[in-house]
Design a protein around this ligand. Structure first.
Ligand code: FAD
Length: 457
């Protein structure tokens, strides 16, 4: 036991999962000593807001900080140590080796309970030129601040975004709003990974309507300095840019845990049970560094998202000081917008369902979003992934002019309940012309899928 105050909880990482864990541990056991070690200069920020803050020069990136270190210290009694990087964990001795990056000093710090909330980092392909000035990643708040400053100070004219996932597409909008010409390069044959062909095509049309050009099936080979800017060489030609963003997905920061003998799961992230315990007693993990149980497959999955990080962190912090909380699992619900269209998904894609051993089919439908004759609104496309034998819903993807993000939550709840498309057809959903037609697109999509199931599609 370390420290006069009693139990010492050390948390590695100070963003969504880490600060949720620290706050919860301190709230449940005020006499505990709670120390957060964060290698960066910020804690507790909403990374998800960075593309939107970038779009609007009147908004400051640092406004995304939810809780300042001073507030965490004085109001919550959490000992936050910024620019402190954990170099190793000793689970036998119950210590961490930590380096104060500013002072250049290292020390050994003892813990009674450890929460690993080290998050994830961007995948950086080994392409020549990836470290050139003007080439950016977007993960940490420092990255957002750097891009914002570069746009304000250097007035770049052209951006090439490598990767057409949700962050790439949100940034296409953000940079376009700041007046840049934007070109997206994507290796696969469509944008919006995790979405079926139709929703992806809706996103691609939105990009085109807003002047964003797109190269699909194109692989970046190198980035070179050129005429004071950059030249991005691909297997299908070269593109000039003043600013390049690499957003090619993320990897869990698992190395510290792995080196300490903490077990990784089959996804490659840290394995945890539903109490956020790792295989080592008194060591917990939460957030983007950890797995979560997928409620549709019943198996561990790696779907790194904000709400999961917050919830898992809260449970890890509570359980670190003796509570017995359980994480209910995930269904992989996510939403984003590209200019004037919304995309949202939950559950499994057809590919994921087949990989998980389901015999499934995809059912598509499209419907208006408001009551007959009511002005405004638009179209919403829904793709349902349904199990052949049972009619059980396995996944849903929505894309269109409005209401995708709100409606996906109904499907998320349906997945958690193990509902069939027949069950969903019977849902009593709200109707008023400004919000929905009398048969909501959710009900229509379920009917279309049920008819296909009955062989009447
Ligand atoms: P992180 O945020 O990665 O934090 C981990 C922290 O640990 C980092 O600050 C890191 O410096 C620190 N750390 C790592 N190793 C060490 C070490 N050895 N010593 C000390 N400190 C260490 N999610 C959604 O659900 N919806 C969205 O719309 C959405 N949009 C996003 C947009 C962008 C641009 C980005 C980047 C992410 C978005 N996300 C979104 C994902 C969401 O931000 C993450 O799921 C969430 O931040 C994960 O929190 P975390 O605490 O697990 O990890």
């Amino acid at each position: 036991m370390s420290g006069a105050a009693g139990l010492r909880v050390v948390v590695i990482g100070g963003v969504a999962a880490g600060m949720s864990a620290a706050s919860q541990a301190k709230r449940r056991m005020p006499e505990a000593e709670v120390i957060v070690l964060e290698r960066g200069p910020f804690i507790s920020y909403g990374a998800c807001g960075m593309p939107y803050n970038l779009a609007d020069p009147t908004r400051d990136m640092e406004d995304l900080v939810v809780l300042s270190p001073e507030h965490a210290r004085t109001k919550r009694g959490i000992d936050v140590r910024l620019r402190h990087e954990v170099r190793s964990i000793d689970v036998a001795e119950k210590t961490v080796r930590v380096r104060d990056l500013d002072a250049g000093r290292e020390e050994t710090l003892a813990w009674d309970r450890l929460v690993i909330a080290t998050g994830a980092r961007p995948v950086v392909p080994p392409i020549p030129g990836r470290d050139l000035p003007g080439v950016f990643l977007l993960r940490e708040l420092t990255h957002g601040v750097a891009i914002d400053r570069f746009v304000a100070e250097r007035s770049p004219k052209k951006a090439v975004l490598v990767g057409g996932g949700y962050i790439g597409l949100e940034m296409a909008e953000g940079l376009r709003e700041r007046g840049l010409e934007v070109h997206v390069v994507e290796m696969r044959d469509r944008v919006a990974a995790g979405f079926a062909a139709e929703p992806a095509a809706i996103a691609e049309k939105a990009l085109a309507r807003h002047g964003v050009t797109l190269s699909l099936g194109t692989r970046v080979e190198s980035i070179e300095p050129s005429n004071g800017g950059l030249r991005v060489r691909t297997d299908h030609g070269a593109f000039d840019a003043d600013l390049v963003l690499l957003s090619l997905g993320i990897r869990p920061n698992r190395e510290l845990a792995e080196a300490a003998g903490i077990a990784l799961g089959e996804t490659g992230a840290i394995a945890v049970d539903d109490a956020q315990r790792t295989n080592v007693e008194h060591v917990f993990a939460a957030g983007d560094c950890a797995e979560a149980r997928h409620r549709v497959t019943g198996k561990p999955a790696y779907v790194p998202l904000g709400p999961t990080a917050n919830k898992q962190g809260k449970i890890a912090g509570a359980n670190a000081v003796g509570a017995d909380e359980r994480f209910a699992g995930i269904v992989g619900t996510a939403a984003f917008k590209v200019f004037d269209v919304e995309l949202a998904r939950t559950g499994l894609t057809l590919e994921e369902a087949e990989r998980a051993g389901f015999s499934a089919f995809e059912s598509g439908s499209e419907h208006g979003t408001r009551g007959h004759g009511y002005p405004g609104g638009g179209r919403l496309h829904t793709t349902l992934v349904v199990e052949h034998r049972t009619g059980r819903l396995l996944g849903a993807q929505l894309a269109g002019d409005e209401g995708a993000a709100a409606r996906v939550n109904v499907y998320a709840a349906a997945l958690a309940a193990g509902a069939t498309v027949h069950d969903i057809e019977g849902y009593d959903l709200a109707y008023a012309p400004p919000f929905a037609p009398v048969y909501d697109p959710i009900l229509i999509a379920a009917t279309v899928a049920r008819k296909a199931l009955d062989g009447r599609g």
